[in-house]
Design a protein around this ligand. Sequence first.
Ligand SMILES: [Zn+2]
Length: 64
Amino acid sequence: MITDAKLMRCGGCGADVFKLFTADRQARIAADCQGCKSVSYIEPVPARLGIAWDDDSLGRLTVF
Ligand SMILES: [Zn+2]
């Protein structure tokens, strides 16, 4: 039983009952709201690289 997470609900009707389906790609799951039949897709988002300043640096990596 999950006790330390917030319950997710449909943003349209507020229902909390869904049926899960495989979607058009193997990496994507479709969640079908059983209240209003809205469909949400659960899928991984590719990681993005970020460039940040180091505390002791005068500049950071950039494109000229
Ligand atoms: Zn709904």
